[in-house]
Write a protein that binds this ligand. Structure first.
Ligand code: ADP
Length: 172
C-alpha cells in the first residue's frame, strides 16, 4: 500500500538508506537478525555499539553500516521480550518502531527497512505484533519515500502481507 511494503528476504541484502536491527539492550551481536547484521557489517559495528550501550527497551540508536554496502546506516531498535502480554509489551513494541523512525527522520533518511521486531528470540506473537508494526509504518509513511518490512520466513511474510492488505481494505 503506497510507500509501505512487505518483502520476503534477508535484510542484509536489502538496498535502503537505513536497515533496522532487532537489538538487545546491551547492543551486543547475539543471534537472529542481529547476528546476521553484525556479520555483514564487520567487527567495527560491535565497537560502535559498545559506545552507545545500553539502549533501554523501546529506544533506538544509530550507527554507520560499515562493511554493509547496501545501506548507509544501521538503526538499532530494542523491542520488548514477550512476557505474556501484561508487561506493557504492545506500548514498548510501538515505541521501538517509533524511536527508529524518529532517528531516521532526524538524519534525513528517506528509505528504511525493518525486520519483524521481537517476534523471533523475544517470542512476541506474530499475529499481535504485525498490526502494531504496520500501523506505525503507515502512520509515519508520509515522512518517507519507502518503508519496508522485511520478512525472513514464509509465515512472517504471509502474516504481514495479509495484515497490510486488511488495513488497506479497511481504510478505503
Ligand atoms: P528478536 O530478539 O527481537 O525477537 P530476532 O532476530 O530473533 O529478534 O527475530 C526477529 C525477526 O527477524 C524474526 O522474524 C526472524 O526470523 C527475523 N530474521 C532473522 N534473520 C533475519 C535476516 N537476515 N533478515 C531479516 N529478518 C531476519
Amino acid at each position: 500500500m503506497g510507500n509501505v511494503e512487505v518483502r520476503r528476504g534477508d535484510i542484509t541484502q536489502i538496498v535502503a538508506e537505513a536497515i533496522v536491527n532487532a537489538a538487545n539492550e546491551m547492543l551486543l551481536p547475539g543471534g537472529g537478525v542481529s547476528g546476521a547484521i553484525h556479520r555483514a557489517a564487520g567487527p567495527e559495528l560491535a565497537e560502535a555499539c559498545k559506545l552507545l550501550a545500553p539502549c533501554p527497551t523501546g529506544e533506538a540508536r544509530i550507527t554507520p553500516a560499515f562493511r554493509l554496502s547496501s545501506a548507509q546506516y544501521i538503526i538499532h531498535a530494542v523491542g520488548p521480550r514477550w512476557q505474556g502480554g501484561r508487561a506493557n509489551e504492545a506500548q514498548l513494541l510501538e515505541k521501538a518502531y517509533r524511536s527508529a523512525l524518529a532517528l531516521a527522520r532526524t538524519h534525513g533518511l528517506r528509505t528504511v527497512a525493518f525486520p519483524s521486531l521481537s517476534t523471533g528470540i523475544y517470542g512476541y506473537p506474530l499475529e499481535e505484533a504485525a498490526p502494531i508494526a504496520l500501523r506505525i509504518l503507515l502512520e509515519e509513511a508520509s515522512s518517507f519515500d519507502l518503508l519496508l518490512l522485511v520478512a525472513f520466513d514464509e509465515k512472517t511474510y504471509l502474516t504481514y502481507s495479509k495484515v497490510l492488505q486488511e488495513m488497506g481494505t479497511a481504510s478505503r
